[in-house]
Design a protein around this ligand. Structure first.
Ligand code: OKP
Ligand code: ZN
Length: 334
């Protein structure tokens, strides 16, 4: 299995997040990635495929915002990292906004996702890592791992949130379509619903989105990931959400996985992209499922039984001491 990673992804260090009314240490640390690297051994550095593949998902205005947000924040004399304080919930529409605070509200949906000095570079190279993995999977018709950081699945076409700035899985899916693949399936097995990925492909019939996650009735991102969200227009029936209660362990997880895999098999995908989060682990500090390290090998083997070329894209996982072992167990299933 070829493994891809770019060290520039470590330059992102969000520091703090606003959580439950207080500044707390940010869970999405560079040390997460170092722990994974130690467990999986050497990786390949992606080539630079430029901004073209990112623009298949994200509009130029959003990329322009991301690139300069931290510098704009500093130019406004602000301390720390850029974060919004007001959000256009009603009738959000394209506006030519100049103030950094206005732009932050326009292009984000939460206060957990600060933009630091290294954020753009890290997110850019994370997306390049995903693109390198797709190309390798398509060329050899086998499975690859994209060690992306920061994660991507909460990020929509033109908004950041949930620790995510560029949607790596969506960028990978669009690259496969651009390379001539007709149908791409995305299986999201992070603890949290991949609301950004779902939103990007909600009206698409050629990109299936299937997600197993904590019930949004109790867990972030609250507003999306409910079972009655099934897609719209040409995408009706091409979104499948399988929410599970807090406390879920392997015995309840596996039947949901079987349902997800049946849907993917029926879809007839040419390529599978797995948004993999190890925050379903029993010891995860911000999550509430009960999977064990050894369970990841079983889950991955179930997924691999689809016999599809598969790109595993790293999303969350915050139990840093167990993260390397959890990722290695998952990859062993391929
Ligand atoms: C990113 B990924 C929990 C606060 C949750 C945001 C979570 C983002 C998760 N105490 N805040 O899906 O792992
Ligand atoms: Zn997560």
């Amino acid at each position: 299995m070829r493994l891809f990673f770019d060290p520039r992804q470590l330059e992102h260090d969000p520091g703090q997040e606003l959580h439950n009314g207080a500044w707390t240490a940010h869970s999405e640390l560079p040390g997460r990635t170092r722990a994974i690297l130690e467990a999986i051994g050497s990786t390949e550095t992606p080539q630079d495929r430029g901004e073209g593949p990112l623009l298949r998902v994200h509009p130029p205005s959003y990329l322009a915002f991301l690139k300069t947000a931290h510098a704009d924040w500093q130019a406004a004399g602000r301390p720390g990292n850029a974060i919004g304080y007001t959000w256009p919930v009603a009738r959000r529409r394209p506006l030519n906004l100049s103030r950094i605070d206005a732009k932050l509200g326009q292009y984000s949906y939460d206060a957990a996702t600060p933009i630091a000095s290294g954020t753009w570079s890290a997110a850019y190279w994370g997306a390049q890592t995903a693109l390198a993995a797709v190309d390798a999977s398509l060329a050899a018709e086998n499975s690859t791992f994209a060690l992306c950081r920061p994660p991507g699945h909460h990020c929509g076409a033109d908004y950041l949130g949930g620790y995510c700035y560029l949607n790596n899985a969506a960028i990978a899916a669009e690259a496969a379509i651009a390379a001539g693949k007709r149908r791409v399936a995305i299986l999201d097995v992070d603890y949290h619903h991949g609301n950004g990925t779902q939103d990007i492909f909600y009206d698409r019939g050629d990109i299936l989105f299937v997600s197993i996650h904590a019930d949004p009735a109790t867990d972030y991102p609250f507003y999306w990931g409910h079972g009655d969200e099934t897609g719209e227009g040409a995408g009706e029936g091409f979104t499948l959400n399988l929410p599970l209660p807090q406390g879920t362990g392997l015995s309840a997880y596996r039947p949901a996985l079987a349902t997800a895999l049946d849907r993917i098999a029926a879809f007839g995908a040419d390529l599978l992209i797995v948004s993999y989060g190890a925050d379903t682990f029993v010891g995860d500090p911000i999550s509430h499922f009960a999977l064990e390290t050894a369970d990841y090998a079983l889950i991955a083997r179930d997924i691999a039984s689809l016999r599809l070329p598969t790109v595993v894209v790293m999303e969350g996982g915050y139990a840093v001491d167990a993260l390397g072992a959890n990722v290695a167990a998952f990859l062993s299933g391929f």
